[in-house]
Write a protein that binds this ligand. Sequence first.
Ligand SMILES: [Mg+2]
Length: 213
Amino acid sequence: MRAAAVIFDLDNCLSAGREVPERIYQPGFDAIRQANDGLLTEAQLASAFEDAWRLAIDDVAERHKFSAAMKDAAMKAFAKMEMDEPMHGYPDLHHLRDIDARHFLVTSGFRRLQESKITALGIASWFDEIIIDAIDEPGQRGKEGIFRDLLQQQSLKPRDVLVVGDNPHSEIAAGNRLGCRTIQILRPGVKRGETAWHHIQSLDELLTLIAGA
Ligand SMILES: [Mg+2]
């Protein structure tokens, strides 16, 4: 199928959330624990920290019923976090360069951490444009808003755009609402959702899909 452009997600799509070592997240977890003030049990905190590896921290705060002080402490600590060693990403990452379409990377999270991960992966030059939907800055557009603006700026028809990501509630939902073809990539630990147009296990399959009729 023809694709004029592919919009990729970063976390658990191109690199595992867990590739960031625990020591990088520790200050965030410490800040949440300090502000906890006996509200959540140790087990509840552990469960929230586990979710922090795969979900946005504001999502984690809501699901685990953080107090305002806990959420505030988390936001401040996470905004300072930075990946400071090289990352490899998933082993099929090199296929990104073989895809014959415009490449965009749209990722939600804290600006400093997301930018440092992209630098650590060494993939910035493979994309036509990288957009960070920063949750620590005012005026967060959300993925749907960003995709819509991108389609307009690049004069792309939704049907010619593939959206590739792991999260049915984030990029897959946004892509579906705009009429893009959505592809859920089922990286290890990712739960299959039924809302995506297509499912793949790896970027090899994406290449085959784009090259096929
Ligand atoms: Mg993701």
